[in-house]
Each structure stands twice: as structure tokens, then as C-alpha cells.
Design a protein around this ligand. Structure first.
Ligand SMILES: NC(=O)c1ccc[n+]([C@@H]2O[C@H](COP(=O)([O-])OP(=O)(O)OC[C@H]3O[C@@H](n4cnc5c(N)ncnc54)[C@H](O)[C@@H]3O)[C@@H](O)[C@H]2O)c1
Length: 255
């Protein structure tokens, strides 16, 4: 028998780094689907932007949205973020770990600091949020965890040892969460985007982008909205039998 959750109350989603790029599109797709959304951003400096996204989505879709600044690599800040969600929304049903950074460079020149920071923001954060979210979700016997990995975490990429390691780590962590909490109807999946048009890829030199486009079967970069549609599907009731998967969305780049 499929598990039928309580649908009387609006479900609540937390999107880390949800104020811009792919995260913003995910926040919007979930609000459109009727979730109340907590839009996380990295610092007080980015809070006004995240607050205006939250206000816009609340107005457009008639759901409750709020923004909360927290550096998700910091355990105390993640505690404060989860307290905010509990106080403001009273529950948590969907966690989207989207926050991520790059600090690219060849392995030989990569500093300890650049390695550690990327691992902390991209991977440690996922451990910190999953540990808290899984506790809530297992008690309510329903939950969706969606982690933003990358195709680079599957195939590697020259110049991205730190980033590739963090994204590969996310994949192992996601599969473990899926195994540990599946019996409580909590699913955990990773999304592995290829090249998506956002601020992150806008920083890349024209030559790199042209070379990448050539390797993509569909001959174009993806959009944040396309990644968000996948995240929204994974958050939905219809995705209830999908867990522990790494779902590529790369226009056929990894073929
Ligand atoms: N754009 C791509 O081509 C691509 C491809 C594969 C994977 N991804 C992944 O998708 C996710 C979103 O990427 P994007 O392209 O939208 O990038 P982006 O740089 O536009 O957005 C990243 C978001 O993460 C937030 N963030 C950064 N550090 C944070 C911290 N310490 N605490 C909380 N939030 C923090 C930022 O504020 C921002 O909202 C990332 O995890 C990225 O690795 C992107």
C-alpha cells in the first residue's frame, strides 16, 4: 500500500542557496506546486535579495515564503536555520540542498584552503542539513531530500578536484540517506546537472563554454527552470518510489 501522508496542511520546503540561479528556480517551482518555501541565502548581505524572492513567490502563488540567512557549512548556523523553519513554518517536508561554490584550479596549484572551503560549503553542508532534516522526516514518516550534485561528481573534471570530490561525496551521502531512512518513507536523490546557464557558468571563459556546448548532444546549455522541474518532480507524490538515484540532466553531455 502506498503511504498516504497528511495533506491537510501545506507542505514545507527548505531550499539552500534558494535566492538565485538554480536555487531560485527550484524555490519558484515548489511554490508553484503549493509548497510553503524557506529560501536560504549565505549571509546577511544576500538577505534582502532572498527576501524579495520570497515576497515575490508568496504573492504570485499564494503560499507562505520566508528568507533566512545561514552559512550552511557552519553547524551552528544550520541549527539556527532549522529553528527558524520550525518557528516560522512548524514542519519540514522537503529539503533541497542546492548551495554550492567553485574554486577552480589545477590540482598542483590548488591550496588547502580552496579544497577545504569547497568541501565545507558543498558537502559538509549536506551532512549538516540531512542530519537535522532526517530526524524530523523520519518522525513524520514522510520526506523528500534532493541534493544538487553535478555530472562532474560522476566523471571528474580537470581543474575541479575540490568541486568534483564534493559532488562525488554528495552522491555517496545521498545513497546512504536513502538506505537509512527509506523504511520511514523518506526518499533521497541526487540531481547531476551538466552545464546550466547561471552566474556560476557565466564566469567561465567563452572558449570553455563553446567547447562544452560542442560536447552536449542537444547543443545548448540547460536552464535553471529545467533543473527545477526535475527537483519539483522528485519532491512530488509521483516520485514516491524513486530513491538513492543520481539523475543526470545534462543535455546528453555524459553520453
Ligand atoms: N550552473 C551549473 O552549470 C551547475 C552544474 C552542475 C551543478 N550545479 C550546482 O547547482 C547548484 C546551484 O548552482 P548555480 O549555478 O545556481 O550557482 P549560483 O552561484 O548562481 O548559486 C549558488 C547559490 O548557493 C548559495 N551559497 C553559496 N555558498 C553558500 C553558503 N555557504 N551557505 C548558503 N548558501 C550558499 C549562493 O548564495 C547562491 O544562492 C550548486 O550546488 C552547483 O554546484 C550547477
Amino acid at each position: 500500500m502506498p503511504f498516504v501522508p497528511d495533506t491537510q496542511t501545506r507542505r514545507v520546503a527548505l531550499v539552500t542557496g534558494g535566492g538565485r540561479g538554480i536555487g531560485r528556480a527550484v524555490s519558484e517551482a515548489l511554490a508553484r506546486d503549493g509548497f510553503n518555501v524557506c529560501v536560504n541565502c549565505s549571509s546577511e548581505r544576500s538577505l534582502p535579495g532572498a527576501e524579495s524572492v520570497a515576497a515575490e513567490l508568496a504573492e504570485k502563488y499564494g503560499v507562505e515564503c520566508a528568507a533566512c540567512a545561514a552559512d550552511v557549512s557552519d553547524s551552528e548556523a544550520v541549527d539556527a536555520l532549522f529553528s527558524f523553519v520550525a518557528e516560522r513554518f512548524g514542519r519540514l517536508d522537503v529539503l533541497v540542498n542546492n548551495a554550492g561554490i567553485t574554486r577552480d584550479g589545477s590540482l598542483l596549484r590548488m591550496s588547502d584552503e580552496d579544497f577545504d572551503r569547497v568541501l565545507a560549503v558543498n558537502l559538509r553542508s549536506v551532512f549538516l542539513t540531512c542530519r537535522r532534516a532526517a530526524k524530523i522526516m523520519m518522525k513524520q514518516r514522510w520526506g523528500r531530500i534532493i541534493n544538487m550534485a553535478s555530472i562532474v561528481g560522476v566523471v571528474g573534471n580537470a581543474g575541479q578536484a575540490n568541486y568534483a570530490a564534493s559532488k562525488a561525496g554528495i552522491i555517496g551521502l545521498t545513497k546512504t540517506v536513502a538506505r537509512e531512512f527509506g523504511a520511514r518513507h523518506v526518499t533521497a536523490n541526487a540531481i547531476a546537472p551538466g552545464f546550466i546557464e547561471t552566474d556560476m557558468t557565466a564566469e567561465l571563459p567563452e572558449k570553455v563554454l563553446a567547447g562544452a556546448t560542442e560536447r552536449i548532444a542537444l547543443k545548448r546549455l540547460g536552464t535553471a527552470e529545467e533543473v527545477a522541474s526535475l527537483a519539483a518532480f522528485l519532491a512530488s507524490e509521483n516520485a514516491g518510489y524513486i530513491t538513492g538515484q543520481v539523475i543526470g540532466i545534462d543535455g546528453g553531455m555524459s553520453l
